[in-house]
Design a protein around this ligand. Structure first.
Ligand code: SF4
Length: 140
């Protein structure tokens, strides 16, 4: 009963922590746009939190490079279980336009497990909201 209640509340109030792992800021701007009253992702209960220790969902933007790899792993470890990761944008998914650069990896999934990829360069706020809601729909 308590477990069901916890899952129900988790699905209706996902707290989100955003980390920029070397994004060009395009994806970050679209993420912020989804929080504005125009798109208003907060109506689904999602809010941005300032600490990974308070988060349920980690949203990663940008291509992971040699400099940000360890920081991303450290932030991921600070998010309490159960946690979910969204790779936002083409760079986070597979390196994007920076793929092939000497210090760029194959994407976020090389460093931490990813539950949802939201494609686009950058993805529009509608796509971000769709991805977050789809992820919550799959939370057991
Ligand atoms: S996917 Fe496009 S908008 Fe997003 S960080 Fe990469 S280059 Fe920038």
């Amino acid at each position: 009963m308590l477990e069901r209640l916890a899952t129900w509340s988790r699905k209706r109030s996902p707290w989100v922590f955003h980390i920029n792992a070397s994004s060009c800021n395009g994806c970050d701007i679209e993420l912020v746009a989804s929080l504005t009253p125009l798109y208003d992702i907060e109506r689904f209960g999602a809010i941005l939190v300032p600490s990974p220790r308070h988060a349920d969902v980690l949203i990663v933007t940008g291509t992971v490079n040699a400099q940000t790899k360890d920081r991303l792993r450290r932030v991921y470890e600070q998010v309490p279980e159960p946690k979910h990761v969204i790779a936002l944008g083409a760079c986070a998914a597979a390196g994007g336009v920076f793929k092939g650069c000497y210090n760029v990896g194959q994407g976020v999934q090389d460093v931490i497990p990813v539950d949802m990829f939201i494609p686009g360069c950058p993805p529009r706020p509608e796509a971000i909201m769709y991805g977050v809601l789809k992820l919550l729909g799959e939370v057991k």
